[in-house]
Design a protein around this ligand. Structure first.
Ligand SMILES: NC(=O)c1ccc[n+]([C@@H]2O[C@H](COP(=O)([O-])OP(=O)(O)OC[C@H]3O[C@@H](n4cnc5c(N)ncnc54)[C@H](O)[C@@H]3O)[C@@H](O)[C@H]2O)c1
Length: 346
C-alpha cells in the first residue's frame, strides 16, 4: 500500500505492542501515516515484520523510550505529527503490585511529557489508552461513562485513573490539546492474517491467551476461577472486544478529534461490544469455532476479580460513529491462528 507524502502523520507510542500494532494497520488503511515509538520493553521487533507483510511497506519506527524528552523532541521536529495515540505503558497488574514505582514512573512520566510537548510542536489531537478497570465492580450494568470510578485495585489500574485525571486537569487549564480517553474493555483476537497478535510474557493473566496456550499444549490445563458468581453459569462475565474493532475505534477517535472546532477538549468513551460473555461460554465458543478442545477445571475464585463488567457503548456509537463488528467466534479463531503461528516459531 502506498501513501501520498501528505498523509497526516500520527505518532503511535507503543505501536509495536498488541493493540498498537493493529491500530497501525487501521491507520494506514484509513490514509494516515503512523510513526511508531516503542522501546520494545514488552514487544518484539518481529511485529514490524508482520506489519510489513500485511501492509506491503515499511512503517517508520523509532526504538525509543517515550520518557526520553530529547529523543521525543527530535522525533516531533523531524516527523511533525498531527496527532498522538499513547499506548505505551506497562500493563501487568501483578507486577505493578510488586513494583509500583516502576509503573507510576513509566506510565505517568510518558503521559506528562507528551502533554507538555504537544503544544510546543502544535500537535492538536491526543488519544489515551484507558481501561474499564477504572470502574471496578460497578453497581449497575451495563457501565456507562457516567458510572462513578472506584478506587483502583492495583497500581497499574491507578495509573489509568490518574492518567485520565492528568489529561482532564490539563485540558481544564486550556492547554491546546483535544483529547479522548478510550476505556477499553477486554481486547482479544489478532489480525486475521496471523502476522501480528498478542505476545503475553510468562503465564498469561488474561483468559484468551490462556485458552489458546492450553489448546496448543503449552499449558496443561486452564483454571476457571470460580463458578459460584451471580451470573448465568456462575463464571465471571466480561466484554471481549476484537482488537481490530478496537483499532478502528482509534481511527474514528482521531477523525472526530481533527474535525472538532474546539482547541482544548477532553472526553472519555467506553470501547466494548456491549455484550457480556461468561468464561465458560468463551471456552465453549472457542471449542466450536476451532474444533479444538480445551482442558479446563473449575477452581476457587481469584482475589481481585470483579464478578461482571460490560460496556454501554451508545456513546461510542454516537460520538465516534463506531461499533464492534467482529463476533466472539471470529476473534477466537483469529487468536487461535496467531497462537498456532507463535507455536511454530517457538
Ligand atoms: N491489553 C489489554 O487488556 C488492555 C486493556 C485496557 C487498556 N490497555 C492499555 O492499552 C495500551 C496498550 O496495551 P497492549 O495490550 O497493546 O500492551 P503491550 O504491552 O502489548 O503494548 C505496549 C507497548 O508499549 C511499549 N512501551 C511500554 N513502555 C514504553 C516506553 N516508556 N517507551 C516506549 N515504548 C514503551 C511496549 O514495548 C509495548 O510494545 C496500554 O496502555 C494498556 O495499559 C490494555
Amino acid at each position: 500500500m502506498t501513501l501520498s507524502g501528505n498523509s497526516p502523520k500520527i505518532l503511535v507510542t507503543g505501536g509495536a505492542g498488541f493493540i498498537g500494532s493493529h491500530t497501525v494497520v487501521s491507520l494506514v488503511n484509513a490514509g494516515f501515516e503512523p510513526v511508531i515509538v516503542d522501546d520494545f520493553s514488552n514487544s518484539e521487533r518481529s511485529a514490524l515484520d508482520g506489519l510489513r507483510t500485511i501492509l506491503g511497506r515499511e512503517v517508520t519506527c523509532y526504538p525509543v523510550n517515550c520518557n526520553d524528552a530529547s529523543a521525543l523532541e527530535d522525533i516531533f521536529r523531524k516527523e511533525r505529527p498531527t496527532g498522538v495515540i499513547h499506548f505505551a505503558a506497562y500493563k501487568a497488574v501483578g507486577e505493578s503490585v510488586a513494583q509500583p514505582l516502576k509503573y507510576y514512573r513509566n506510565n505517568l512520566d510518558s503521559l506528562l511529557l507528551l502533554l507538555e510537548l504537544m503544544p510546543v510542536y502544535n500537535i492538536a489531537n491526543f488519544v489515551f489508552s484507558s481501561s474499564c478497570t477504572v470502574y471496578g465492580q460497578p453497581e449497575q450494568l451495563p457501565v456507562t461513562e457516567e458510572t462513578p470510578r472506584l478506587p483502583a485495585q492495583s497500581p497499574y489500574g491507578n495509573t489509568k485513573a490518574i492518567g485520565e485525571d492528568i489529561i482532564r486537569d490539563a485540558v481544564h487549564a486550556k492547554i491546546p490539546v483535544k483529547a479522548l480517553a478510550l476505556r477499553y474493555f477486554n481486547p482479544i483476537g489478532a489480525h486475521p492474517s496471523a502476522e501480528i497478535g498478542e505476545l503475553p510474557l510468562g503465564v498469561p493473566a488474561n483468559l484468551v491467551p490462556f485458552i489458546t496456550q492450553t489448546a496448543a499444549g503449552i499449558r496443561s490445563s486452564l483454571t476457571v476461577y470460580g463458578d459460584d458468581y451471580n451470573t448465568p453459569d456462575g463464571t465471571c462475565v466480561r466484554d471481549y472486544i476484537d482488537v481490530m474493532d478496537l483499532a478502528d475505534a482509534h481511527v474514528q477517535a482521531l477523525k472526530k478529534l481533527s474535525e472538532a472546532q474546539d482547541t482544548s477538549s477532553y472526553d472519555v468513551i467506553n470501547i466494548g461490544t456491549g455484550r457480556g460473555e461468561t468464561v465458560l461460554n468463551v471456552i465453549k465458543t472457542f471449542e466450536q469455532a476451532t474444533g479444538v478442545n480445551v482442558n479446563y477445571s473449575v477452581g476457587p475464585r481469584r482475589a481481585g476479580d470483579v464478578e461482571q463488567v460490560y460496556a454501554d457503548v451508545s456513546k461510542a456509537n454516537r460520538v465516534l460513529e463506531w461499533e464492534a463488528k467482529r463476533s466472539l467466534a471470529e476473534s477466537l479463531r483469529d487468536a487461535w491462528q496467531w497462537q498456532q503461528k507463535l507455536s511454530v516459531k517457538q
